[in-house]
Write a protein that binds this ligand. Sequence first.
Ligand code: GLU
Length: 451
Amino acid sequence: MPSAVFPHAAVDEVLRTVLARNPGEPEFHQAVTEVLESIAPALVERPEYVEAGILERLVEPERQVLFRVPWTDDRNRVQVNRGFRVQFNSALGPYKGGLRFHPTVNLGIIKFLGFEQIFKNALTAQGIGGAKGGSDFDPHGKSDAEIMRFCQSFMDELYRHLGEHTDVPAGDIGVGAREIGYLFGRYRKITNRHESGMFTGKGVAWGGAEVRTEATGYGAVFFLEQMLQRRGQGLEGRRAIVSGAGNVALYAIEKLQQRGALPITASDSSGYVVDESGIDLALLKQIKEVERGRVSDYAARRPSARFVAGGSVWDVPGELALPCATQNELDGAAAATLIRNGLVAVVEGANMPCTPDAVDAFRGARVLFAPGKAANAGGVATSALEMSQNASRQRWTFSDSEQRLQAIIVAVHDQAFEAAERYGAPGDYVVGANTASFVKVADAMLAQGVI
Ligand code: GLU
């Protein structure tokens, strides 16, 4: 089995420091380890990166903002959440990355996401740095008024750290059109500026971009298509196992269907649904986007579907796997089951959904594997298109925007594919994506001096 772990003394040293200096942040350790262990061939070729302390600087965020978010619930009780913004790296452009509102959010999660975002954003070639933020606030079961008050309080602190040339947030889990509206509105009021380019994912009627909603899911499928094409294969007629039922999953399902594949699953925290006749996307969208319901409601209304409470969606046989829910949702055991069931390709629609064990299993079985920082870059790439439109006061059509998105994803794919060949790991998109993006960021940091 080809290993993608290249030993290098400087990498070992930095990894030891990261573990010692950032206790209790396992997801951050995991993300840093995955990147550093695969870039050694680039360090051998360019020893000046090591001499200039690029690794030590790269793993330390440029700035981390932690703040109290007090708000009043509908029963007039005061609630307190914790807010985060980790501004990781701005060598390539203003900080850019989403906000996540979910009870599992903590500093280690935001740091892992921010670290991934540096490399993802570099791959898009759109001139954007890396950041992430969010809160341990849980939007589920909250009224609109509570969500608005929370978002306003969150922005009362965060606004001073943002700006179209400084830091540009967007959505992520738990932060969609509604939350972005409240956040943007508060920023506008506090600063007395209609500064469109300070937030992306805005409503299309007030500065948002066509295709931003669809972009992450569509982009993941474009990436998958490119990988299959390199092997002389296509999407037509293939059963696809999709996890999640949020923005990424819904639009991955949509594009899979447009390409003639057969997505048959969706999931949320309550369990998963299997629909052997193919997901009825209009029904699933109605339940998740309009009613804010559960996937179990889908099975209740669709005779060909069954709902499995708990359990693993990865038990369902299919040739394509698209984990689009959350980090570490697909482990080594699930990978083994998928491989036994005839898996051909995996595409990470979510950020780091596959554990290191799972990635090793895919590598060993020669299953095509697209890491999130390459495969789900379509979301942030389209955010950068939104920033361009805001800066130039232009509006591009849906089809123009989709073509631009597809061209960016093809370029992301090709960079990763070619870097993997160049650095001695042909077909390994983890090595390819990590080295191609690392070199871009490292070159910019080198040129800009020790700051
Ligand atoms: N949260 C998305 C991501 O993980 C999008 C970020 C953005 O558009 O800034 O890439």
